[in-house]
Design a protein around this ligand. Structure first.
Ligand code: HEM
Ligand SMILES: *[C@@H]1O[C@H](CO)[C@@H](O)[C@H](O)[C@H]1NC(C)=O
Ligand SMILES: *[C@@H]1O[C@H](CO)[C@@H](O)[C@H](O)[C@H]1NC(C)=O
Length: 314
């Protein structure tokens, strides 16, 4: 290697060390600056969840849609300043995202006790973590220390948020980029056990997919959907159906529905049909504690923040 090359390598190594050291997440990040942060978030959420039982689902999806766009940096909360383009919320991929204001409410509660210490990005992760736990799911221990971004990324939201129509291939691409195994990718989809889907996002019996292979297997379920979401209805952007029969409980019902031919979206139906994912999905339908363990690991991988404005994962 010549000397210019050696200097370049040295600079890169140094920058790398400083960058990583400065932004490393840790499990005791607020130990000195705001030891009570997790308690404040939990008690703030208690009130919010009581007044609106649909909010845990909304906060879990909010976290996914923040983290998917240049890492978990709270950029989904930003309204653009002059010259910054559009907000991420302007992307049609973010249609139906709710409860962003809950994060501001909790942020002010945290500010009152620990001014200018805790990022919105960390509050968003803690809120999603508590949403899962308070709905009966596992309590995931998450590392903290994310920084907030100051610029929304409308184009990245369009590019990196999954379309409602993706199948197993697109889903695996999305999550293996975040370092998830196939088992963890199948587990993170179990998040769709909570909440609702707008009729607008619910396709016909045969999904508009390559080959139209995946279809719901149960005609009674199809009739239920047709009744609640008539094709061509003018209210399809406001009417919705529950994601599973227990939309307020975080459980493994999602996989049972998939097996029973009740998959709402294409991905929900395909999980038990594709040879890459079928075995794991069927196993999660029988063993909730293994599902919870895999989900917890996947959640931590989903929740990484970005390095100096760019996520490490794409
Ligand atoms: C890549 C695969 C995924 C696809 C294609 C997908 C798609 C969707 C769609 C279309 C909806 C309905 C939104 C609406 O109509 O308002 C939805 C809801 C939801 N998704 Fe996903 N999702 C995926 C992965 C995830 C992940 C990784 C999480 C969280 C970790 C998540 C959490 C949720 C939750 C909680 C809801 C219910 C939201 C509410 O009730 O407001 N999803 N998802
Ligand atoms: C739903 O669609 C109708 C008709 O296209 C439109 O007037 C209304 O603003 C939409 N509602 C939402 C919440 O986007
Ligand atoms: C689920 O798997 C765990 C091991 O990972 C095992 O201890 C437990 O008995 C299993 N539960 C059921 C219901 O099969």
């Amino acid at each position: 290697m010549d000397s210019a090359g050696a200097i370049l390598v040295a600079i890169l190594l140094l920058a790398n060390r400083i960058g990583i050291k400065g932004e490393e997440l840790s499990y005791n990040f607020y130990e000195k600056s705001c030891p009570q942060v997790e308690d404040i978030v939990r008690s703030g959420l208690g009130t919010i969840f009581l007044t609106d039982p649909t909010s845990p689902a909304a906060l879990l999806r909010l976290m996914f849609h923040d983290c998917q766009v240049q890492g978990c940096d709270a950029s989904i909360l930003l309204d653009p300043l002059y010259g910054q383009g559009l907000s991420e919320m302007a992307s049609t991929k973010n249609f139906g995202i709710r409860k962003r204001e809950s994060i501001s409410i909790i942020k002010s509660m945290v500010e009152a006790e620990c001014p200018q210490q805790v990022s919105c990005a960390d509050i968003l992760i803690l809120a999603a973590r508590d949403a899962v736990a308070m709905s009966g799911g596992p309590r995931v221990t998450v590392p903290l220390g994310r920084r907030d971004s100051s610029v929304p990324r409308y184009e990245l939201a369009n590019a990196f948020l999954p379309a409602a129509t993706i199948g197993v291939e697109g889903m695996l691409q999305t999550f293996t980029k975040k370092g998830m195994s196939i088992e963890e990718s199948v587990a993170i989809m179990g998040a769709d056990s909570l909440g609702v889907t707008l009729c607008l996002n619910i396709p016909n019996r045969v999904y508009e997919s390559e080959g139209g292979e995946a279809r719901r297997q149960d005609p009674r379920f199809e009739a239920f959907l047709n009744l609640n979401c008539p094709q061509g209805s003018l209210t399809s952007n406001v009417s919705f159906v529950p994601n599973d029969p227990t939309p307020f409980v975080f459980d493994n019902q999602y996989y049972m529905d998939s097996m029973g031919g009740h998959g709402l979206l294409r991905i929900d139906a395909e999980l038990v049909l594709d040879p890459r994912t079928a075995k794991v999905a069927k196993y999660f339908a029988t063993n909730q504690s293994d599902f919870f363990n895999a989900f917890s690991k996947a959640f931590v991988k989903l929740s990484f923040r970005c390095f100096g404005g760019k996520s490490r994962y794409y």
